[in-house]
Write a protein of this length. Structure first.
Lengths: 405, 146
């Protein structure tokens, strides 16, 4: 028995997307409530129906938000470990809760406000903050761990530094170029321009890309995610109940999370992955299980919403999900393959983290649902199957395949 | 703290926060020697040491001296200062070094690559460890082209 087709996403809700810090005087809690209520309303459900939280990246405290919203009874409250890598996989957790009879109506969400805190930066959190994190256990005495001294002075202090290292290796092995990275950034900007929700709506040319300041090689400004605020929530319920609700069901065909054990916690400290998957997104085994569960192949996917905190990681996911061979993603995108509407696999039709907004992967789930309902701004004609991913990030990374009714 | 030098990422720590499993590495570093932790059972070298060997799960290790040479496995040139304190430091090179005398993965070091023109570093550039004594208890391993 698997999760295949036994549950469906039935509601999506969101706040506007804001530039970093511009959501004030809203708070993460107020935006979270707005998104959850909007998602329930979208489904034709109410707070009194909600009984589960399946989250990732410690997105909320169900005890607190359940109390604030007046949820009558919480029957399931669980999250995937680690960070943004679990965004797509939280739908699998929701499905597991429902299929196992633990909950009926489950919310998954993220609410993000970066007014006082910037994700991935070390300046705001303090220079030692990142050294304090990796302890190996929740009660391990705190403080700086002995292993931290082995990486503290390396100068790799932000996620963009770490993923650039993987990217340089990819370029070395396969001849990937900055033009290939630019194609990801430009194709997604073209998609974002048409969406009223997008933060970046001005055209991006190849000249603009090559004239942009380098942040750290090979990444320039446009290879980096935006930093934004906002909240997105999605509601999942059983396939049976979904058929009676307001929106056409978007079925969860398959969901998987995890990754190769030695790819490990990619960010900051870990560069010990074996040669064969060092320059990868870490998604390869997740992709295999995902397609097996769904009983489809990469050729069956109509639109891919790939987690894009950095342009190059879209390339490596195209390889790891089998849309092209390992090392062939550069030529694949250079042929226009990921462009909407002409490419054979439109990617990040919403503009992604690079040009629409960064809500830690939630915008990708929202876009997948809109595509499969047939209501997307940049609609892929007749889209039936969508791939959504979370990460690359510290494991678990995740993927979910959704299909229309 | 040590003076700020272009290309040299200033160590954010002045002591190695060592325990019994890591102290020998830092003692050797102060003497300019690079050690690896070798599994007594299968010979896999681990940097940093961990409680178990990832290859065979055994628990017993000893220290072996490494030649201190290696090659750049992957890297980035950091040009944007993440914080004002790094303004006089950028551009600096940080990367992953694969060490001679090891099996490679599992014993790679993550380090600042110094004494170089950042634009000349490539995957495969031969490097050698250089220890920068930042306090009486900590010598930071960095690498320089050889």
């Amino acid at each position: 028995m698997t999760l295949k087709d036994r549950t469906a996403v039935v509601g999506i809700g969101a706040t506007p997307y804001y530039r970093r810090g511009a959501s004030v005087p809203e708070t993460e809690m107020s935006m979270m409530c707005t998104a959850i209520l909007a998602a329930l309303d979208d489904a034709g459900l109410a707070v009194t129906d909600l009984d589960g939280f399946a989250i990732y990246s410690s997105a909320c405290d169900p005890a607190l938000v359940g109390s604030v919203l007046g949820v009558p009874e919480i029957r399931f409250a669980a999250g995937l470990t680690s960070g943004g890598g679990g965004s797509a996989g939280q739908l699998g957790l929701a499905a597991a809760a429902i299929v196992s009879g633990q909950a009926d109506v489950v919310v998954s969400l993220m609410s993000l406000q970066q007014a006082r805190r910037r994700l991935g930066g070390t300046e705001v959190d303090g220079r030692l903050a990142y050294l304090m994190a990796a302890g190996g256990g929740p009660y391990g005495g705190g403080g700086v761990q002995p292993s931290a001294a082995f990486t503290a002075s390396s100068g790799l202090i932000a996620p963009g530094h770490s993923f650039a290292v993987l990217t340089q290796r990819h370029m070395h092995l396969y001849g990937t170029t900055r033009e290939h990275l630019a194609e990801v950034a430009i194709s997604q900007r073209n998609n974002a321009i048409r969406r009223p929700t997008s933060i970046q709506r001005t055209p991006l040319t190849l000249d603009d890309y090559f004239n942009a300041r380098m942040i750290n090689d090979p990444f320039c400004l446009f290879d980096y995610t935006l930093e934004t605020d906002g909240a997105v929530a999605v509601i999942t319920t059983s396939a049976e109940r979904a058929r009676d609700l307001r929106q056409p069901p978007v079925y969860i065909m398959a969901s998987a999370h995890g990754g190769m054990g030695r790819w490990g916690p990619a960010i900051f400290s870990y560069f010990q992955a074996p040669d064969e998957y060092f320059a990868s997104s870490g998604h390869r085994p997740v992709a295999k299980r995902l397609f097996e569960m769904a009983g489809v192949t990469p050729d069956d996917v109509d639109v891919a919403l790939l987690y894009d905190h950095f342009s190059a990681m879209v390339l490596m996911q195209l390889e790891d999900y089998g849309f092209c061979g390992i090392g062939e993603s550069g030529p694949f995108v250079a042929d226009g393959s990921i462009r909407w509407p002409s490419g054979r696999l439109p990617v990040n039709t919403h503009g992604g983290n690079l040009s629409e907004a960064y809500i830690i992967g939630m915008t990708h789930i929202r876009e997948a649902v809109e595509q499969l309902r047939g209501t997307a701004v940049n609609q892929v004609p007749g889209a039936r199957i969508a791939l959504v991913t979370g990460g690359p990030a510290a494991l678990p990374v995740s993927g979910t395949l959704l299909r229309s009714a | 703290m040590a003076e700020v030098r272009p290309g040299v990422f200033p160590s954010p720590i002045a002591q190695p926060y060592a325990d019994d499993t890591t102290q020998p590495f830092w003692d050797a570093a102060l003497e300019g020697r690079l050690l690896g932790s070798r599994c007594n059972h299968c010979g896999t070298i681990l940097i940093p040491p961990t409680p178990r060997c990832f290859n065979c799960q055994h628990v017993s290790f000893d220290w072996v001296e490494l030649p201190g040479t290696g090659t750049v496995y992957a890297f980035t040139v950091v040009r944007h200062a993440l914080g004002g304190y790094l303004q006089p430091v950028v551009p600096y090179v940080s990367g992953v070094v694969e060490l001679d005398g090891t099996q490679g993965a599992g014993a790679r070091m993550v380090a600042n690559i110094v004494d170089c023109d950042p634009d000349t570093i490539a995957v495969g550039t031969p490097v050698r460890v250089v220890f920068d004594r930042v306090s009486d208890t900590l010598a930071v391993p960095r690498f320089a082209p050889r």
